[in-house]
Design a protein around this ligand. Structure first.
Ligand SMILES: [Zn+2]
Length: 348
């Protein structure tokens, strides 16, 4: 049968959809060169017919599948049914909605976010599954690793923005193609290269994690001076709509804890120029012991980033493990961090 590639598709995702192997799609589509090839929206694929009772792949493959904006949007009705409140906090450069999910009714507000860096879409997948599991335990009034989630969520309201950089994630998953509105710009920024595994920035080549009006000038001096796949701070703080949306959202609330999830190192960055609350240290040490991740206090703005870059990319399994282990803390006992967002870098 014929299948037309949709926004957000990858070879692995299409293969999973039809219960064939990515390799089977290569056999029947000579215009796709390798399992690493990008599939552009609108591309036609021939999908071999097989007996669906004898799937060629196992269900565990799902764990390794890429995850982006369309996956979140497909999931929203299900999340709503599970009692999760969904709101749009702003729009990306390419006008994609930035979703915030909310669960719980407590006075204390906590904020998690992920998908800041385009090649760290694992964090978006993790956060969506995490809130979904919380919702199931709340709805069914079941314990999760011994914790009474329903009770905890009476004291706490948890907000999750799972994907801050949807345009960037789409680029990492599908590459660039002539009908893409930023085709010329992205190719120029990427010096003509057509692979994007290394891309962390948003679609305009600005690193959203460098956009804060908190030591921005210091960080900008040591960063690339023009749009680039990573670390370019932009011409000024908050020039990018994605960063501005999270900034505005954060200011509208009085969050007691703010955690930003990243996945390129084995380190917890915490603290902010000694301005963090006193209890931060103890809480970070507890988290560190539990996860076997080294804590690293950020006294100067850039220090932590250098360390993070020397670390290996994490695998998806560790994110699942983090999800299980992290819940060993009741939510209300999660570490309190300083006034800036914190990179929670995960173990390999
Ligand atoms: Zn990151």
């Amino acid at each position: 049968m014929k299948y037309t590639v949709q926004k957000g598709d990858t070879l692995a995702k299409v293969a999973y959809l039809f219960k064939v192997r990515p390799f089977d799609l290569l056999l029947f589509n000579p215009h796709i060169y390798s399992e690493q090839s990008y599939l552009y929206p609108g591309l036609d694929l021939h999908v071999p017919s097989i007996n669906r009772d004898l799937p060629l792949i196992g269900d565990d493959v799902h764990t390794n599948l890429e995850f982006g904006q369309t996956d979140i949007e497909n999931k929203i009705p299900e999340l709503r049914n599970k009692g999760i409140h969904v709101e749009i906090i702003g729009y990306s450069v390419m006008n994609q909605p930035l979703y915030a999910f909310k669960i719980g009714e407590g006075k204390k507000e906590i904020f998690y976010s992920g998908g800041w860096h385009a090649n760290e879409w694992h964090t978006s997948k993790f956060l969506v599954q995490y809130i979904e599991q919380l919702a199931e335990h709340k709805q069914n009034k079941t314990l999760w690793n011994g914790y009474d989630i329903d009770k905890i969520l009476n004291d706490i309201t948890l907000y999750i923005v799972p994907l801050v950089n949807p345009d960037g994630v789409d680029l990492v998953l599908q590459g660039i193609y002539p009908s893409h509105p930023y085709y010329e710009d992205v190719l120029a920024i990427n010096k003509g290269m057509k692979r994007f595994e290394h891309w962390s920035s948003n679609i305009r080549g600005v690193d959203l994690n460098h956009q804060w009006p908190a030591g921005w000038e210091i960080e900008a001096v040591e960063s690339p001076q023009e749009p680039w796949s990573r670390h370019y701070s932009g011409k000024a703080p908050l020039t990018e709509p994605e960063a501005m949306a999270v900034y505005t959202f954060t200011n509208k609330h009085s969050f007691s804890h703010v955690l930003a999830f990243h996945s390129q190192g084995q380190v917890i960055y915490w603290g902010y120029r000694g301005m963090e609350p006193l209890e931060s240290k103890e809480m970070v040490e507890r988290l560190s012991l539990l996860l076997h991740i080294r804590p690293f206090i950020q006294l100067k703005v850039m220090e932590g980033i250098r360390i993070g870059l020397s670390k290996k990319r994490v695998g998806l399994d560790s994110l699942w493990r983090l999800g299980l282990e992290q819940i060993h803390y009741p939510l209300k006992h999660l570490p309190r961090f300083g006034p800036t967002t914190v990179c929670l870098h995960l173990k390999d």
